[in-house]
Design a protein around this ligand. Sequence first.
Ligand code: C5P
Length: 395
Amino acid sequence: MAEQRVLLIVGGGVAAYKALELTRLLRKAGIAVRPVLTRAGAEFVTPLSLSALAEDRVYSELFSLTDESEMGHIQLSRSADLIVVAPATADLMAKAAQGLAGDLAATTLLATDKPVLMAPAMNVRMWEHPATRRNLATLKADGVSFVGPDEGAMACGEFGEGRMAEPAAIFDAIMARLNDGPLKGRHVLVTAGPTAEALDPVRVLTNRSSGAQGFAIADACARLGARVTLVAGPVSQPTPAGVTRIDIQSAREMLAACQSALPADAAVCVAAVADWRPDEAFGVKLKKGKGGPPVLTLVENPDILATLAAKGADRPKVVVGFAAETNDVEMHARAKLTRKGCDWIVANDVTQPGVMGGADNTVMIVSKTGVERWETAPKAAVAMKLARKIAEDLA
Ligand code: C5P
């Protein structure tokens, strides 16, 4: 396979030092890195460090005679398979969103016809500012993908969202964008979050699912190179880089979205689908009245997991369900495996401290052939292990 090439734009922020480690990881993986260092970026890392690690010269000036005669900015913007901006500062995001072209980095972003991945890094207030929110939405609508930012302590002493993603995470996102991982060429369908079942135009029946584990699984599959369709109920999770997200409200909408996303190589049903919905969604808001509170009649929702797992030409090769149990976890998971007709059940004991709404998860994988017990790990690590297991099974 021809050498893959990344054009790495390094913006001016403290996180620029992480761009050096990212460059090292990319080179180690045999990926060519051509660095563009902004003037502000050069205040944080030196052209010499970047050039030494990239094993290429560093481009910085739009109006440099030598830069332009060696490789013009148009050619620079087209000579890569992927453009990565790390750190993507508030300034660089604003310039790219507006289509400004006052320096080499901005001009390159405007002139390119290649996919762009940004790793934002800025102070939490800057990240949350309505201007940055607008720019983020514009860039997303323009097809730019994002990795991070993470939440944590910042160099400026504040705490919050805005820290640049770690080099390993940016590396994974790059590999996914370059479509080079064990799930390369595969399509994975993931359901996540709750469903909301309308009672009238303003009221819904729903549950407290955050969508965290499902979004982490979609992210992990994309990082391993899969094309991922994520069918999500109402949650406030950011869309993982490179993932196609379809937002739905009800279980019936979720089922329809899943069915129209088929064929898929694997389906992972993580959503907390409402078991029942009101038999009738009233067209106007129900009012308090003399008759007392309304009596709700509920009807059963379709089972998305069981429907996807049913035999048929469109059945994904690997169908995975989830089970949250409070007792006899393995026994209940086995019963669910048979009832739903899926290949694996990822089961956890939700009475364990920290599982519900927490950062970690302790799961067992129940299949026809046996049980695997996984050690307690962060949800992202559980997601990656599951994504790798799916890749092995599809190989
Ligand atoms: O026992 P329960 O039906 O809640 O099983 C949970 C598993 O089934 C999860 O994987 C969940 O995503 C899936 N499910 C579904 N559609 C439903 C109910 C549950 O896909 N209507």
